[in-house]
Design a protein around this ligand. Structure first.
Ligand code: PLP
Length: 393
């Protein structure tokens, strides 16, 4: 099909031409002085995105690897952790912990909101013996489009006077949603390259606090590839203990420059504007946003519930075939019932409006009951929401 493909899944997100060009380089010797410059630049530069002055570990891995790294570096078999069932990704992270012999207390959820700080606080307050070694939450639940209030969860941990480590998955929120590793005293922030950082998949991140490092010196979980100690020792000179994903690191360097040029606060505000416009479209269509709590609706993606009796995957197939747009599928419990519109990374008002036009036309093509006017509602939202820089005279 002619024209560009609209990759509107909530990650991997489209890679900007600037980043593609930055990566189109000959592979260099990863033990050379030239590489050390690149290594130092990305190891330092990444800190600005996590809002930390503490170490950021970069793995050649998917996000799942970075999840595993957070667990094996801090916990020991038999440890208990507290997690919240926000959706499919929280469930997957839990499964990894279980495979490593961790006891997971999983606060049940209905996949329609973020983790509840009060429920976490209550559970911690009841844990007088401090058996819970870590609280682990997903900041932006990519399967549903609900964000968890990380600052409020930090507060709940503090109010309970509990010493548990705090680990947060920001795989789909970093560089899209306000996030502060140091200020919120997160011990391990897990992330990945393929969403807000606008890179192809292939880099996993752990931002690590002093408290997490101390835990990693005394925990008994075996690990090798993921071991922070070896990584940080070699990173000190800009190198990696094994062959790094050199060309993705060229891309990361460029992504950090792009984020700094736009300014992180504006990046977050842009994501909020686009998300508000997307929700306005969904509302105008007469469809339902999956995340029920307005203050937790994601700036990164919008999960849309299909009317009863209509299959979300059939609709997505029609959208792809007719308009060359990829929409996110429903995952886990909501498979077939939900589709997801990504509005993250390299996305602006017109990208979103193009995508929403595709969705609106595909809803009609698929015979899904809806009202017309979603795109117009999104346009009105964008124009009324700090959108135009130049006002009419
Ligand atoms: N956590 C979240 C919130 C995600 O969105 C994803 C992937 O989409 C993952 C973890 C897993 O990352 P990966 O698929 O890169 O292994």
């Amino acid at each position: 099909m002619q024209g560009r493909h609209f990759l509107q899944i909530p990650g991997p997100s489209p890679v900007p031409d600037r980043i593609l060009r930055a990566m189109a380089m000959p592979v260099i010797d990863h033990r050379s002085a030239e590489f050390a410059e690149l290594g130092k630049a990305v190891l330092e530069g990444s800190k600005t995105v996590f809002k930390t002055t503490q170490p950021v570990v970069i793995y050649p891995s998917s996000g799942t690897g970075a999840w595993e790294a957070a667990i094996v570096n801090t916990l020991s078999p038999g440890d208990t952790v507290l997690m919240a069932e926000t959706g499919h990704f929280a469930t997957l992270w839990r499964q990894i912990a279980v495979k490593f012999g961790i006891e997971v207390e999983f606060i049940p959820g209905d996949w329609r909101r973020g983790a509840d700080p009060a429920a976490i606080g209550e559970r911690l307050a009841a844990d007088k013996a401090h058996r819970i070694k870590a609280v682990m939450v997903v900041h932006n639940e990519t399967s549903t489009g609900a964000t968890s209030r990380v600052a409020a969860i930090r507060q709940a941990i503090d109010d309970a006077g509990h010493p548990a480590l705090f680990m947060v998955d920001t795989i789909s929120s970093l560089a899209s949603v306000d996030y502060r590793h140091d200020e919120w005293r997160v011990d391990v922030t897990v992330s990945g390259s393929q969403k807000g950082l606008m890179l192809p998949p292939g880099l996993g991140f752990n931002a690590v606090s002093e408290k997490a490092l101390a835990a990693s010196r005394s925990n008994s979980m075996p690990r090798s590839y993921w071991d922070w100690a070896e990584m940080l020792k070699i990173n000190a000179n800009g190198f990696f203990p094994y062959t790094p994903a050199t060309n993705l690191l060229y891309g990361l360097k460029e992504a950090i420059v792009m984020l700094q040029e736009e300014g992180l606060e504006e990046v977050f505000a842009r994501h909020q504007r686009l998300a508000a416009a997307c929700r306005a479209a969904v509302k105008a269509w007469g469809l339902e946003v999956l995340c029920e709590e307005p203050s937790e609706q994601s700036p990164v993606l919008t999960g849309v519930l299909m009317p009863d009796g209509h299959d979300a995957d059939r609709f997505r197939k029609i959208a792809l075939e007719n308009y060359n747009i990829s929409l996110g599928s429903g995952l886990g419990k909501v498979a077939g019932k939900v589709f997801r519109i990504g509005h993250l990374g390299e996305c602006n008002a017109l990208t979103l409006l193009g995508a929403l036009s595709g969705v609106e036309m595909a809803l009609a093509d698929a015979g899904v009951p809806h009202r017309a006017g979603g795109v117009a509602a999104a346009m009105a939202s964008l124009q009324g929401n700090g959108g135009p820089k130049v006002a009419a005279v």
